[in-house]
Design a protein around this ligand. Structure first.
Ligand code: ATP
Ligand code: MN
Length: 163
């Protein structure tokens, strides 16, 4: 019934909390679990040859284009950095015997999430009400707000306010 479930993650504790429900649902429905991270901020390498800002990902235009078409960059270090936000959820899912697909895209999180569910025929999304952003949004973070408005499939929103 729900062959493919998507858990989008920004690497936050909120997304981790939501993932527990994604695991339960994937087990229940014997679904494939897609763990997607959308990198939304990066620095072009031309601007950063000398200064490497810790924590920031440096991506060439070529790499961004690759990510947009669903491919991973060749550079091992960059690849590792981009995979990191999905790692914990993917590992936990696999430990529980769930078939996991790890994906990374570049762009606006809400747009990439919507493109992804259409492209991969995802049947359900499980996500946090909040993420890494500031807690200015009392009710919903902006990514979840937009996904709820645009997705044509069920979206399970886990209350992660202050988690
Ligand atoms: P805002 O980003 O509006 O300041 P926020 O970060 O608290 O607020 P959202 O971005 O809406 O709230 O995050 C809610 C959920 O959306 C997260 O728990 C996660 O499931 C998903 N999400 C957010 N950002 C991303 C991202 N970059 N890639 C994948 N999923 C994301
Ligand atoms: Mn956010």
């Amino acid at each position: 019934m729900y062959d493919r479930i998507l858990i989008p993650t920004d690497g936050s504790m909120a997304a981790d909390k939501a993932s527990l429900h994604a695991f339960n649902l994937a087990e229940k429905f014997d679904s494939e679990l897609h763990v997607l991270y959308v990198v939304s901020r990066w620095i072009p390498p031309v601007l950063s040859n000398d200064v490497k800002i810790p924590g920031e990902v440096h991506l060439s235009q070529r790499t961004v284009e690759k990510l947009k078409s669903g491919e991973m960059p060749d550079d091992v270090e960059t690849k590792e950095k981009l995979m990191r936000p999905t790692e914990k959820i993917a590992d936990e899912g696999r430990e529980r015997g769930i078939k996991v697909v790890q994906s990374v895209r570049a762009g606006k999180p809400n747009k990439e999430i919507i493109d992804y569910i259409r492209k991969y025929d995802v049947d359900m999304i499980v996500m946090g009400s909040h993420g890494k952003g500031s807690l200015d949004h009392m009710i919903l973070g902006s990514t979840t707000d937009k996904v709820l408005k645009l997705a044509e499939i069920p979206v399970v929103v886990i209350d992660t306010y202050q988690s």
